[in-house]
Design a protein around this ligand. Sequence first.
Ligand code: GTP
Ligand code: MG
Length: 193
Amino acid sequence: MQVHDAEIIISAVSPKQYPDTGLPEFALAGRSNVGKSSFINKLINRKALARTSSKPGKTQTLNYYLINKMFYFVDVPGYGYAKVSKTERAKWGEMLETYFTTRTTLLHVLLMVDFRHPPTADDIQMKEFIDYYDIPYTVVATKCDKIKRGKWNQHASIIKKAMNLPSMDSLIIFSSETGEGKEKVWKLLEQYL
Ligand code: GTP
Ligand code: MG
């Protein structure tokens, strides 16, 4: 897809603030610092529309990006960030649960994991949560530029097995540095558009 238009619409903290346009949306979920914001920037060919940071926990709200006035990317705050308080964590969990269980315009979740490492307990829990609510999802394994190609199959198998993925089709190997996997992601999203 040629992206000719991308704008941040809102950083939402509550459902009242979610857009009411009825346009389809795709959520980016995953651990803090995994590369969700970088993923959005790469897909839309913008350097820094979605704020990225080497400091985890940057994205704390549901950030809506409207693409080609056609659909939204929703950058979901990262989990597994140890430095937030218990209260903040509970609030975050509640917000996510509400979002995933009630948002009818949410068509597909891109669950981002770090290609370099086996999935964490948080990653697996997130996958089970999405599965439980029957939301279509694809795992995007990012930062693949950090792994030699000869090791890709091995890393992919570990992720598939640990997350109990139905097939390799549920996994896209990705890099925001090189653009690896970008076409596959667009193909997936275009099925909905
Ligand atoms: P939170 O907003 O804290 O949840 O983080 P995030 O998931 O949005 O991560 P972000 O995109 O901010 O990226 C975190 C760090 O990882 C940044 O320093 C990025 O430059 C780096 N990064 C992201 N994607 C890639 C990638 O594909 N390859 C490499 N080498 N680095 C990446
Ligand atoms: Mg972010």
